[in-house]
Write a protein that binds this ligand. Structure first.
Ligand code: ADE
Ligand code: ZN
Length: 338
């Protein structure tokens, strides 16, 4: 596209990428082998990296994707597995002029398999330390996410464990999010969990809503959970009053354009409410979500938006400066990024 070079050079932020979603079929198979994890199943897609990659091209829905995403999670065992995924993605983002990165991850899924918080966190922080040396112009944050289809007691345990370990207080973790299946998972079911976080002084709160679910979920997530950010938020566009409220509060939506197409939330990039968000003055960023499952990097997502909407330089400047302002980093760092 005409603006490809401009979009490459534009200082970018990535706010929505799941560490587990950067696991390619090739690395999935090699870690399974290395860690002695059996992938045997009746599913022919699990025969080889090639068959798996082809299956990823035909996701029917978010839930169909999540089935494979959680199989992928099962091969991650050691801190070096988490380090490898994190560092590899940072390397790719650095080559695309990305200056600030926030990684999500799903602790409950790993802890349930006997992987400790310390194992996961040491992998992430080792990658961050290496990146601080190799890519000194990047800032990096980590966001643990509640996996909302798991039992409620597991959710409360996650929050109390993370608070006990001191990971928020010492800056290891930047905020808190929520992932997994959405339909039927009304925010009201999670008010106790988010209340515990707010009472502990955690203000950087997000959750995946409006990816498949209605605007009403997004509205309830803001009102009942006290969210200061929404992951996806796509369907917020169906409620004009909600858009006004998001714009007024400066609530950032972390959009994932290619993921929304690959996971069948929308038929094409053109169906995304980018114009509605720009017109209403809603802050949003552009992100990869699960790049190894969606087959696209960050710049691919920026270019897809440009090709579909033919945005002006001024519109891109609004998007880029909003993304910096909505980042979970210090005011000093934001100032520097601008
Ligand atoms: N976990 C990983 N990617 C996700 C997505 N796009 N939506 C919900 N949960 C997820
Ligand atoms: Zn996501």
């Amino acid at each position: 596209s005409v603006l490809h070079a401009f979009l490459h050079e534009l200082p970018k932020c990535e706010h929505h990428v799941h560490i587990e979603g950067t696991l390619s079929p090739e690395v999935l198979f090699s870690l399974a082998e290395q860690n002695g994890i059996q992938l045997t199943s009746d599913d022919p897609a699990l025969a080889s990296p090639d068959t798996l990659r082809r299956r990823y091209e035909n996701f029917a829905s978010l839930d169909d994707f999540l089935h494979y995403f959680f199989i992928g999670c099962s091969v991650l065992l050691t801190s070096s597995d988490f380090e490898l995924l994190t560092y590899s993605h940072l390397e790719k983002l650095h080559a695309q002029e990305v200056r600030h990165v926030e990684f999500s991850f799903d602790p409950q899924v790993h802890v349930a398999r006997g992987v400790s918080y310390e194992t996961i966190v040491s992998g992430l922080t080792t990658a961050r330390t290496r990146a601080a040396h190799d890519f000194p112009d990047m800032s990096i944050a980590f966001i643990p996410c509640l996996v909302r289809h798991l039992p409620k007691n597991s959710a409360l345990e996650l929050v109390s464990d993370l608070l006990d370990l001191g990971y928020f207080a010492d800056g290891t973790l930047a905020g808190f999010g929520m992932t997994s299946t959405e339909i039927g998972m009304h925010p009201s079911g999670f008010s106790t969990v988010y209340k515990a976080l707010r009472e502990a002084g955690i203000e950087r709160l997000t959750a995946h809503y409006g990816e498949e679910g209605p605007a009403e979920y997004v509205e309830a997530a803001i009102s009942d959970l006290g969210l200061t950010r929404i992951d996806h938020g796509r369907r917020a566009s169906e409620d004009a009053a909600l858009l006004g409220r998001l714009a007024g509060a400066g609530t950032m939506l972390t959009m994932c354009p290619i993921s929304n197409v690959v996971l069948k939330g929308v038929g094409s990039i053109r169906d995304l409410p980018v114009r509605d968000f720009l017109t209403a003055g809603v802050r949003f960023s552009i992100n990869t979500d699960d790049p190894a499952y969606c087959g696209a990097g960050l710049l691919d997502n920026y270019c897809a938006i440009q090709e579909a909407f033919d945005l002006s330089i001024e519109e891109w400047e609004f998007i880029a400066s909003g993304a910096i302002e909505g980042s979970w980093c210090s005011q000093d760092r934001k100032q520097y990024l601008k």
